[in-house]
Write a protein that binds this ligand. Sequence first.
Ligand SMILES: [Ca+2]
Length: 407
Amino acid sequence: MLSRAYHLFAIFVFAACTGETSGQPAALSGSPVEQGAPNTDFQPAFAVQTRAPHVRSGIAIEVEETATRLDHPWAVEALPDGRLLVTERAGRLRVVTPGAPLRAPVAGLPPVDARGQGGLLDVALSPDFARDRMIYWSYAEPRGDGENGTSVARGRLNAEATRVENVQVIFRQQPAWRSTGHFGSRLVFDREGRLYITLGDRQRGEPRQLAQDASAHIGKIVRINADGSIPADNPFVGRANARPEIWSIGHRNVQGAALHPETGALWAIEHGPQGGDEINIVQAGRNYGWPIISYGEDYGGAPMGEGVAVREGMEQPVYYWDPVIAPGGMLFYRGDLFPWRGDILVAGLRAQTIVRLELDGGRVDGEERLLTGQEGRVRDIAEAADGALWVVTDEDNGRLLRLTPRA
Ligand SMILES: [Ca+2]
């Protein structure tokens, strides 16, 4: 693994905006990003719920290859000292120092079920990491008899960043299932230090129905305290036949989430089936509709359920895509290195790009695709303290890339 390639920082430079040739600002236009025909003929429930006007930053992005030969990296998180935490799905957590060879993985993590989409997934820093050095990670946990489920553990990263200590499992999705798909797994702390965990529907027909059943964690977003205890004001606390960790129901497979920088609300992005990736503002106790409503169709073209996208009592997505982008991680850009403060950036697996969304309050009003498709399946995105962006590509030869504006 310690190839000289790590020392050779290949630089790729290309225009972020393939649509512009003259350097002139693009004319305002209602035309969406070029993305092919939709799979379905659903009409949006409100204006600009999909196919927002194509906006163009008009800037070029420099892409610096900081590490290669990562084994299907799933998450990247910037440490305060400029190093990165990177998970590899096979079960390895790396501390990456830009410019230095990859070193041995962090020791002390529990075993993962690294089959299909499963393995070591997200990693997040404690809100008080500078003081407590606690990290939190999600993973497909083997539960015996071929079953597994999404679990979240935490531990203290030792001073040398070589080992996690005092590891505790603080959440276990129930029930376990025999499936290697749809683990969800994004971790987001809110402003009060409570932890949101996004979960999936386990990809099979039977557990999919449990996305509407509050007695299961399947197809949910949950919220717990940092020690695994349950906040007393969670919406399902005290309800019969309901899991008290649940924050919202009716999700398919949520792999991206972030707190809105002004409102503090949780925004989440989930994979649709064939069509119907969606962004939701996730509010306590609400039902986000899966598998009853969707802007997608089943693989092969059959309708999902009754083939409806709107139902009373179920939340509409803020925005959706058909065809899908296959969204990984998302963030709200906070820096000023790029001219995108307040915009959403989404890692696109199928789209092999970063998708940028401009917002007008709680609605999307512009969309741009930022990379050219040469970077591979973009799994996660993180913002460094200086406003640079870090992304990882989920491939056999997965890469950690640093993005900055081209000088
Ligand atoms: Ca939905």
